[in-house]
Design a protein around this ligand. Structure first.
Ligand SMILES: C[S@@+](CC[C@H](N)C(=O)[O-])C[C@H]1O[C@@H](n2cnc3c(N)ncnc32)[C@H](O)[C@@H]1O
Length: 284
């Protein structure tokens, strides 16, 4: 006669043996070898996490990988401040620029790459976001700004890129040396009646066949006056330039218009349409 063992008993004894083997694994005394192995696994995990972090930051920032690694490893508070700036303010990315804006920057880079050689300037560079994108695209980038504070921030964020002091109406370059120039939201403080002066200066420094890209808030030349700009007590006026007027003025000083784009306000902080013009200095 055979005795049937209820299936519940079988499975509960199997569970107990599994539980025991886990206990055995967890609480078994470990030797020096195992401890060393666990230690080196932890070191490997930390190094791999750092590598992933660096890769993510390189992709987000358009910076040279060496710059990112130098910044990540630099002592606090600088490295930490840089990380916070990068994560919260960002470089040129989908978080800061609309798709059309980024595609125009890419188009500009390709135009410059297919044209005459020379340096490419980010004029009114601020913290150097566009200069970083140009450098990452393989161009010989240089940043220019009137503000010492902005230049200091740009040099800190992108130590491999040269940044020079200068204004739109007096650029720190010899004549006919630049293959390209980007004025990304830097003509917005120039009154419409002073734009011609800035465009003549751009024409002077560009080589024949060189290109310029302008980005700005678009409107009908109306000034926007603020009493406390960017959280300071400083009054600041910027202008909503007329895209057709900007293009006409560029033609007046000798440029050929390659593209003129106006897009609707799209990003959270935008209250007006945005205008973009790509123009070229003709080859004589
Ligand atoms: C709105 S910020 C844009 C900064 C940068 N292009 C970007 O997109 O991040 C304008 C910058 O233009 C600079 N700027 C304003 N007027 C300028 C001028 N006449 N010549 C050169 N830079 C100027 C300011 O100092 C500031 O850094």
């Amino acid at each position: 006669m055979t005795t049937q063992v209820p299936s519940g008993i079988e499975s509960s004894s199997a569970t107990a043996s599994v539980r025991m083997s886990w206990r055995a694994i967890l609480f078994a005394p470990i030797g020096d070898d195992q401890r060393r192995r666990r230690g080196s696994d932890a070191v490997r995990l930390i190094l791999a996490s750092l590598a992933v972090l660096c890769a993510v930051l390189v992709l987000r920032s358009n910076s040279h990988p060496e710059d990112v690694i130098a910044h990540v490893l630099s002592p606090p508070p600088y490295g930490i401040r840089w990380l916070v700036t990068l994560i919260w303010i960002g470089e040129i990315s989908s978080a800061t620029e609309a798709p059309i804006d980024r595609s125009l920057l890419v188009a500009f880079v390709e135009l410059v790459q297919s044209g005459p050689s020379g340096r490419v300037a980010d004029i009114g560079c601020g913290p150097g976001r566009v200069a970083a994108l140009l450098a990452r695209s393989g161009l010989d980038a240089v940043g220019v700004d009137v503000s010492e504070g902005m230049l200091a921030a740009a040099r800190k964020a992108h130590p491999r890129i040269p940044f020079e002091k200068g204004g739109l109406a007096a650029l720190p370059f010899e004549s006919e040396v630049l293959a390209g120039a980007v004025c990304w939201y830097s003509i917005i403080y120039t009154p419409p009646e002073r734009l011609g002066e800035a465009f003549r200066e751009l024409e002077r420094v560009l080589v024949p066949g060189g290109h310029v890209l302008l980005g700005f808030q678009a409107g009908s030349c109306e000034p926007i006056r603020r009493q406390a700009a960017h959280g300071t007590n400083l009054p600041l006026t910027n202008y909503l330039h007329n895209p057709s007027g900007v293009a006409a003025l560029l033609e007046e000083v000798g440029f050929t218009i390659f593209a003129q784009v106006v897009r609707a306000a799209d990003l959270e902080h935008e209250t007006s349409p945005q205008g973009f013009v790509i123009a070229s200095r003709p080859v004589e």
